[in-house]
Design a protein around this ligand. Sequence first.
Ligand code: SAH
Ligand code: F3S
Length: 443
Amino acid sequence: MKYCYIHTFGCQMNVRDSQQVADLMEKEGYLVTDDLKAADLVIVNTCSVREKAEQKAHSLIGRVRRLKAAKPELVVGVMGCLAQQWGKRFFDRSPHLDFVCGTHSSDRIPDMVRKVRENGGNLEDTVLREHPGSFNLRVPSSPGSVAAYVTIRQGRDNYCAYCIVPFVRGREKSRLPGDIVDEVAGLAVRGVKEVTLLGQNVNSYGNTLDNKVDFPALLKLVGAVEGIERVRFTTSHPKDLSESLMDSFVEIDALCEHIHLPLQSGSDYILKRMKRVYTSEEYLEKIRGLRRRVPSISITTDIIVGFPGESDSDFEKTIDLMEKVRFDNAFSFKYSHRPGTAAESYDGEVEESVKSRRLAILQKLQAEHTLEKNRAMEGGEQEVLVEGISKGSRDDVSGRTRSNKIVNFSGESILAGRLVPVKIVRGYAHSLRGEMLQGGVKE
Ligand code: SAH
Ligand code: F3S
C-alpha cells in the first residue's frame, strides 16, 4: 500500500483542488494519510496571495527535503498558485521536487506521479488552458461529510491592484449551470446537506456563458436540488452585489443568511488606488440593502492595512467604517508586495511597524465586535448542521449555524449530518455554546 500526504495552504479553491487530487490518487491505489513521515507521495498545495503564505509553503517543502534524503523513492510535488507562479524556477530553489503542477493541471497529477516513478523527476506543467481539465472534475465527498465545495467559476477577471490571484488562476470562466446542478445533485445523494459555491467573484457568474443564467438564477437552481438544505457562496465583489442577489437571501430558503463581502479599506482614496471600483458609501449602501432584507444577516469581510499610500487618516476611515458596519468577523492582513501586480510599482510604502500597529488596532476592535455579535445571539434558537464530534471535547458535537458560526453542544456522533435546533446559551470570541432543544431533529 502506498500513502499520499497532501498539505493545503490558501483558500477554499485550494481545499477543493486538494480534495480532487486526493480522490484521483485514491483511484490510483494510494491511501491518503495525515502522517507526513509515512508518505510515499507528498503534495504541497501552495498559495501565493501574501509573502507569509509563500514562506510557509517553502518551509514545509524544505522539511520534506530531509525526508526525501532518508527515503529517495519518495515522490514530492507542488501544486497550486505558487507552483503556477514559479514554474520551473521551483526546481532551482528546491531541487528535490519531482513535479510542479499549475492551477489548471491538477487533473494531470496521477499521470505526473506515474511518469516520475518510471523515469525520474523534474516534470512541470503550468500551462493556463482555455478549458482546464481540472475544472470539471467532481469531488466525491468523503463518506460522512455533510458540507462540500463546488466550483462555479475558475479564475478571476477583476484586477485589484494588490492581488496576484488573476495571474495564477487565469481569466475567469463560468461552468455550465447543468454541470453544476448535476454535481450538487450527486453530492446530495451521498448525504451532503450544504454546498458552498466557489469562485473568485461569484456574482458575475454567467458573464462568459451564452445562455444567460445569472448568479441569482443559479442559486435558485442549486437551492432547489433535493436534499440540499443549505447553500452558501464565496467570494463576492461589492461592486457586483446586485439588488436581485440581495433578494435571493429572502426568496431562496436554502440560501444561508451570511455573506463574505471583502471591504479591503474604508478610505475612498485607497479603494481607488486598489482599483476596487466602489466607494465606502457605496459599500455601506450594500450593507444597508442586505440588512433591510435580512436584519440578522451575518456579514464578514477582508481588510488590508498598510496598502501603499495609506495614511493614518485613511486607516481611521477603515476603523470608522468598521464601527458603522460592525462585521461579524473580519480577516485582516498587512499589505504584502506581490510580483507583477499593479501595486508593486506604487509609491508610499508603509513601514512594517506602522502596518503591525494598525493591524493590532483593527484586530482588537474586530474582536470586540465579534464578541458583541456572538453575545447578542444568547438566548436565541439556531438551526445547527452538525459536522461531528467537537475538537475540544469528546462529549460535545460541533456544527454551524446558518450564519456560519460554530456551535458546540453536548451530543453524540450519531447527530453528524443532521439539522438540530439549538438554544444558544453563551457567545464566545470564536464560537457559541448551545443546548440541543428536544424534538425537531431533521434527518
Ligand atoms: N480566494 C479569495 C481571494 C484570495 S485573496 C477570493 O475568493 O476572493 C483573500 C484576501 O487576501 C483578499 O480579500 C485580500 O484582503 C487579501 N489579499 C490579497 N492580496 C493581498 C496582498 N498582496 N497583501 C495583503 N493581503 C492581500
Ligand atoms: Fe491563495 Fe491562490 Fe487562493 S493565491 S488565496 S490559493 S486563489
